[in-house]
Design a binder for this molecule. Sequence first.
Ligand SMILES: [Zn+2]
Length: 205
Amino acid sequence: MQLLDTIIANKCYGRRNLSGINMWQEISRIGKKLVDHGLVESHFGNISVRIGNKMLITRSGSALDELTENSVVEVEVEGTSGLDLIASSETIVHREIYKNTSALGIIHAHCQFAVTESLLSDSGAIVPVDSEGQYFLHEIPIVKGGIGTPELAKNTARALTEHKGAIIYSHGTFAVGKILDEAYVVTTQIEHSCAVKYWYDLARQ
Ligand SMILES: [Zn+2]
């Protein structure tokens, strides 16, 4: 994880511009990685970054592997704004996470094994069986709530005060970081741990 720490140290989401890279380009880069690696289907999921009192978030229905400058909108962290209407339907969840944690980047994806494991689990969390997952995640909380509801926003934000990632039951993952690369690594780790657990449990039956 040392490389990731170096990347974090060299980036700053307090500014709109990262050494000539516009933030929408950073969001677009991560969106393409998510789709390319099968962590989400193109038209699902959403990504945001926090810049001071504002957040940039993908628009509702935008294709994560084809994001342009117009695919990202700026809304308030505290309180709603007019552009909420065209922002992701999960904007309320992103907002609540930013208000309750130190996250500066958030990724929501529909990872297949994470969703499957949430359906199979009969407890409120998934405990990884692989050593990497145990080391980095310890456990992955499962939260409940309808899409875009205040209940989901509250439950997800609460889970992410103590964890880097969580799974919404039957829906997908939410992962946070100081930068999007960190949230991306958490997303891949959750999906990897859930895949290993799925195959492990199946093989033992
Ligand atoms: Zn979703």
